[in-house]
Design a binder for this molecule. Sequence first.
Ligand code: ADP
Ligand code: PAZ
Ligand code: MN
Length: 854
Amino acid sequence: MAANNNSDPILDEGGGGGVKHEAAGEAGEGKGGGGGAAAAAATQAPAAMLPRSGSRPQLDLSGAAIHGNLEDRNPTILLPNQSDDISHLALDIGGSLIKLVYFSRHAEHSSEDKRKLSTKRRLGMLNGGRRSYPVLGGRLHFVKFETGKLSECLDFISSKQLHRGGVDSPSWRSGAQPDNIVIKATGGGAFKYADLFKERLGVSLEKEDEMDCLVAGANFLLKSIRHEAFTHMDGQKEYVQIDQNDLFPFLLVNVGSGVSIIKVDGHGKFQRVSGTNVGGGTYWGLGRLMTKCKSFDELLELSQRGDNSTIDMLVGDIYGGLDYSKIGLSASTIASSFGKTISDDKELSDYRPEDISLSLLRMISYNIGQISYLNALRYGLKRIFFGGFFIRGHAYTMDTISFAVNFWSKGEAKAMFLRHEGFLGALGAFMSYEKHGLDDLRIHHLVERFPMGAPYISWMEKFVQKGTQITAPVPVGFPVTTGMGGFERPTAKGDILRSDASAALNVGVLHLVPTLDVFPLLEDPKMYEPNTIDLDLNEYKYWFKVLSDHLSDLVDKAVASEGGTDDAKRRGDAFAHAFSAHLARLMEEPAAYGKFGLANLLELREECLREFQFVDAYVSIKQRENEASLAVLPDLLMELDSMNEEARLLALIEGVLAANIFDWGSRACIDDFDMFKKRMLADKKGQPYKRALLFVDNSGADVVLGMIPLARELLRNGTEVVLVANSLPALNDVTANELPGIVAEAAKHCGILRKAAEAGGLIFDAMAGIQDDLKDEPVSVPLMVVENGCGSPCIDFRQLILEGMGRSLHTNLNARFKCDTLKLAMVKNQRLAEKLFNGNIYDCICKFEPVHLT
Ligand SMILES: Nc1ncnc2c1ncn2[C@@H]1O[C@H](COP(=O)(O)OP(=O)(O)O)[C@@H](O)[C@H]1O
Ligand SMILES: CC(C)(COP(=O)(O)O)[C@@H](O)C(=O)NCCC(=O)O
Ligand SMILES: [Mn+2]
């Protein structure tokens, strides 16, 4: 039988089979799970797209008119009343910063389309009637500007035409000038700068109340974004699992220029209970005056090298070096911020700016923590969420606030922080566009797909246009606390604050994918964790090395896939820099982007490639492998058909797992084949599976010689088969777009596949004229292809378009489903084999998990 020679070219440690081919020889390591997995559900209803929510943007066709040449085959249609495309920007113009939240639709990948067309043409499968597979929805971006540099912000909006729905919007392309564009805006600047916006951009700002927006933004984030909230104590960040049913009431403290303290009781139910004018503006303002720093970050960075005991009067200064233990104050506790300067006969210039900055930071953070706690106490609240850009993801600031809350509440109240800290108001304003209907979004509808937000957008533009260097982020120091009331000075690991750009990487671009839903066959969605192993720092180091080692090879492929042009080379460079910066950021703080498993790490790379417009780095490798495998498929099918049923089933499973691994002395580390065989053969007569979902993985031998023959066997047994494939390219994975072409080609050699593909609408009379003997193959069950909503080598079943079953090893090995499940994978990574099974590279997994009816 044919060897299943599939391997994931970057990630597998060795070639996946006997016949060396280019991709296998390139020997990366990692993804490991090779064969894909199949699931069989005996009772499920036909696969169907999940319905879109009724409150989502609707198409408003009133007044539609053809724009341009009526003779054109595809003239542009103007929808003058369709406002979706122009309500994609919202602003929060605060005392210090302007925050923008904007939505962009995924651009059409025209080069991909061309390529798709030529592949289809070559495979002889162009037919206009087949369904097309949509690319994933759109993205929410987060960008900020200094309020003092408002004109930069206006330029940004104008250059991207954000006020008119972006440069890709119909209104922009058509050159139409809607005369009254309205943009939602909150914050004081919505009032102050309304005229300027009208003058410069011709837009009217529709004012939304700042407190309404803060609360709406916070509620939305806490409800819809995974790993949004975290605690930060003693340098340790820990994400908080938010129980949707037990969220309210809480205290929201927004630390902007000033501080607003709001008691939140529900959606739209809140009361501003307090505030303080000692806030972010105070730290930055006083700090600027006293240190001559030119930027907020410079001031914050200085604090990391500061020693506040030269400025602050400590308890020990007053008590002759002793603690005041009776009231719980250590000698190092600050008794009086800046108090020491009253007795020193010194000028401002005699103090180190570093020390001044730290004293200021501690004074203001501590004060905010304390006032917040007192307000929590007033209302009996235990949870305090802190937002606003004063926080700036800065460890020392958060630790100081947490310390104050913890100290004064004696551990009763908890300070929590939000990853989108400064964007609460802007998000709230964005959500106030009623037609967005974002209010009913559930957590899996907004997928945070890696921080390619503001910094990366501007970095990318810089790279593409100027080829500027990205500076990799540098570590921020963690403070050390003493047990009793005081902080020692921070023991900074690095001496420079992470650049503003990379710090903003704490916030990802939110991908809005309204059709995504939790896979309904998951046994317990709440308990589901896609990643098989936790990434501790050691694991991180290992995978970072793997990914870094293969970066240059990947860049070569990516550049080649775009024709090797100068532009592609520049983008390749930019991709390498950006991806390395992400890796460095994660190395420094693995939880920087929320909990991050291997699946996320692998997806990050794919996302990053896409960000730099590499549509499909493996396109030609995939095509070559598909063609080579299709050429040997007829022989394989003939060989399979000559076997008895039992031998054939074994050959098929081996085929998926790569037949000749046994030659290499490998063993099966999980082997439930006999159980599976029993279900397939012995029980078959009574109750064949109604439907099987096959999660296909790699292009080439994996899908053509492994999964398609397995699908064919299931079809032969009367089981409907759904091939579930990635929506977007990732490594050499086959995509839902590519599969129909491959199936059509395979069907040329096989009546079973042909009839089933026709029944499933995959091909329409494509094989008319091809003679084969279908007498023995009375197949009427359909073979279908669906996309899974993923663009990653791994699958997260919380975020799927359609029902299916899990592939593989890195993810889903331990996932339990409500249907019988067969997990097939070859372990192509020594480390994983050892870790998971005490096994060896090329060991195989054939894990059958029938549903036990109780
Ligand atoms: N790049 C920056 N420039 C100015 N201030 C910053 C910056 N980054 C963080 N900050 C801090 O954040 C505060 C502004 O926070 P923000 O939530 O945007 O408030 P506002 O709505 O009043 O502008 C500033 O006063 C300052 O303390
Ligand atoms: C006036 C503000 C609401 C403006 O918001 P900001 O621009 O600071 O985000 C805020 O600065 C504030 O709440 N100041 C504190 C005023 C007080 O309660 O004393
Ligand atoms: Mn504000």
